[in-house]
Design a protein around this ligand. Sequence first.
Ligand code: HEM
Length: 151
Amino acid sequence: MNSSVGSPTNDDNGEAPGESEAISVFEAVGGWEYFEALVDHFYDTVADDAVLAPLYPNDLTLPRLHTAQFLQQYWGGPSTYSDERGHPRLRMRHMPFAIGQAERDAWLAAMLAAVAAVPMRPDLADESAVAVRQMLVDYFDHASTAMINQH
Ligand code: HEM
């Protein structure tokens, strides 16, 4: 995985363009607050979605927490998820849920709506925000397809 992007801005930190350190996606988007907001937006959609809601428990508190912890870890932030829950093994953890193409498509639509809606840190350069959004979209597209376990 390449989860590095250019620094948010080069113009106000005294460095010539290209001299700054690359930063992780975790830092670029705004850290924990971003992933928490992303996951909140996603699960608000899940709760109202006719395809997705039946798959999830009524109380979405723990799925919200675990998904945000997983995503921040995946994108270069603290490893709280694995510290508390062990190796992610996401495909195995999803085996109890019947995930076909329709479920995957509904899941991806809900997550892409969250990616489009939730703002990244305000000082992130526009071109970096576009690049990071595309990395997130590509990841969610591939990873959600990998979670299909019913044909
Ligand atoms: C990019 C793809 C996906 C990622 C990164 C992801 C991530 C996660 C994570 C981290 C958890 C919590 C696991 C834990 O308890 O430690 C979870 C739970 C869950 N996910 Fe996914 N997931 C993905 C795709 C999907 C898809 C396509 C579906 C099907 C619609 C789905 C349905 C569920 C359900 C039903 C739970 C269980 C909630 C619970 O009972 O606690 N996920 N997911």
